[in-house]
Write a new protein. Sequence first.
Length: 166
Amino acid sequence: MMAENTRAEEDGRRGVIVVGHDGSSGAERALKEALEIAEGAGAYVEIVRAWTIDTAPPGTLFAEGTVAPVAEVDDAVRARLEKDVAALVAQHPSVSVVCRATLGHASEVLLDAAETARMLVVGSRGRGGFAALLLGSVSDQCVRHARCPVLVVPPSSRGPGRRGRP
């Protein structure tokens, strides 16, 4: 019986499309693509936001002079994520969506979340790093190390002389 439950969980996990979302415009485009793919594939979407001490929402790390438990900060980050993606998710009512927030470096968190996923979707550039780079460090690490297909969604405009999707 235990093997059957594990198999069912694995089969269900293979139906998930994991998408990274850091609040950037690139993450919004990645989420839109993930939702559209999930709609056509009958998959569900897991939206993942990694956080660190530097990126946690203001006021969530300390309360009354003590450090907040990681689970409480996860909850606050997840609530912010749910708010950030609500409008776009509402445009795809047939897609089941789960939001998750996890303490850690974005590429490690995403790679872990997508370990047995059907696909991982990320924007080509997030909030950090050097704007001139075509591929950010997180998307680069995901492409190099993911165990599933990775879709890197480019920005809406890729500059003069290049083709970009509207």
